[in-house]
Design a protein around this ligand. Structure first.
Ligand SMILES: NC(=O)c1ccc[n+]([C@@H]2O[C@H](COP(=O)([O-])OP(=O)(O)OC[C@H]3O[C@@H](n4cnc5c(N)ncnc54)[C@H](O)[C@@H]3O)[C@@H](O)[C@H]2O)c1
Length: 357
């Protein structure tokens, strides 16, 4: 990235997009960074002042509308972070928004890349892996969590987590399907138009400025419900809170994206699983314990044994491919993620109570 280049971050007022836009500007002050967002996510408007303070230009626009994607001078990189990011999107409702935004929106970004010669870093998801396949991972139950058994019948899953060879056949939710379809278009654009692109299939990303909801942003949800003494429930898999995810601090993700942007020529065409990994894996029961430590508050948690659609008992990222190609590993542990999230909510309590409370 050289001075006078422009970086466009779509979904740039969202949790990840705003963090990446601000981080890019901080690390490359001579680069023009533009954040585009339609402000659909409640709370994303709170990031506008932060973006302005950090020297990031904001464009109110919608990736579903090709004309909203600005014709930027010297556009070198598009970081596609816009999305309807809920795995529950489309269940019991019309699928229009998630398809139009996540798939057509991504294709409009690809068109911008094709016509300008810009490279792309695409924020995909672990949810490209099919639900049935993930539910078929052989697990054993310990006192506080589910753990992967050493013997598995499927490729791509070991006690180190899920790698990129995990099977891709089967239904995966509209969220996962739109992201996977966008990945397929990226590889077609790479083959047909020599698009330079990197795909990151992220597990759970967490940290300050995440507007956590019941269906997305579990760390912010759990910490905020503790701080605001709200209601929480262990949902699904018997209601015992033993389902497991790994968590990646958003600052670790920024460090990865900065590295990838700098090495686009060698990494282009690659697809990576990117997450906190086994060392940053946690069950809901354990998360409650962590939140009690981070907030000093103990709240009752109810139990609902019914599985929600698209729910999976276990997802932990195997970062080996990233580690060997990018020389990167997550540096911030779960305590840091919880403490940073709790501090952010406490410092912004008045305004966040309306959104997270
Ligand atoms: N946070 C995670 O744990 C996680 C995990 C895996 C993948 N991802 C992916 O990372 C990206 C960023 O997620 P996030 O957690 O920051 O979510 P977010 O909801 O905070 O950010 C997404 C942003 O996109 C905006 N947006 C939605 N529809 C739009 C449209 N049609 N046009 C323009 N902007 C639009 C929203 O207003 C929001 O600000 C998404 O692509 C998501 O799928 C996130």
């Amino acid at each position: 990235m050289v001075d006078d280049n422009t970086v466009l971050v779509t979904g740039g007022a969202g949790f990840i997009g705003a963090h990446l836009a601000l981080g890019f500007k901080e690390h490359h002050p001579g680069v023009r960074v533009v954040a585009l967002d339609n402000l659909k996510r409640r709370g994303s408007e709170l990031n506008l002042a932060r973006l302005a303070d950090g020297g990031v230009e904001f464009v109110h626009g919608d990736v579903r509308v090709p004309g909203d994607l600005p014709p930027l001078k010297n556009l070198a990189l598009i970081i596609e972070c816009s999305a309807e990011p809920s795995v529950l999107a489309g269940y019991g409702e019309a699928p229009g928004y998630v398809i139009d935004s996540n798939l057509n929106g991504a294709i409009h970004c690809l068109e911008l890349a094709r016509t300008t010669g810009a490279a792309m870093i695409f924020l995909s998801t672990s949810r490209v892996y099919p639900i049935k396949r993930l539910r078929n991972i052989a697990l054993q139950e310990t006192e506080t969590r589910l753990e992967v058994l050493p013997d598995q019948s499927q490729p791509g899953i070991t006690t180190d987590g899920i790698d990129e060879t995990f099977p891709l056949d089967g239904a995966r939710s509209l969220y996962g399907a739109t992201k996977y379809a966008a990945e397929l278009f990226i590889s077609e654009y790479a083959a047909m138009y020599e698009l330079r692109a990197i795909v990151n299939r992220c597990g759970v990303v967490a940290g300050p400025w995440q507007m956590g909801r019941v269906d997305q942003g579990i760390m912010a949800l759990w910490v905020s419900r503790h701080l605001f003494r709200g209601a929480l429930s262990y949902i699904g898999f018997g209601g015992r809170g033993k389902q497991v995810r790994d968590m990646l601090h958003v600052q670790d993700l920024l460090e990865l994206i900065l590295l990838q942007a700098a090495r686009m020529d060698t990494l282009q065409g690659m697809t990576f699983n990117a997450g906190g990994g086994v060392g940053n894996s946690i069950s809901l029961l354990e998360l409650t314990q962590l939140c009690r430590q981070a907030t000093g508050i103990d709240i009752p948690i109810s139990s609902n044994p019914e599985d929600r659609p698209a729910d999976i008992p276990y997802y932990v990222t195997n970062n080996a491919l990233l580690q060997s190609n990018c020389d990167w590993s997550p540096r911030r542990n779960l305590e840091v993620i919880a403490d940073d999230t709790a501090r952010w909510i406490t410092d912004n309590r008045r305004v966040l109570e309306k959104i997270l409370g």
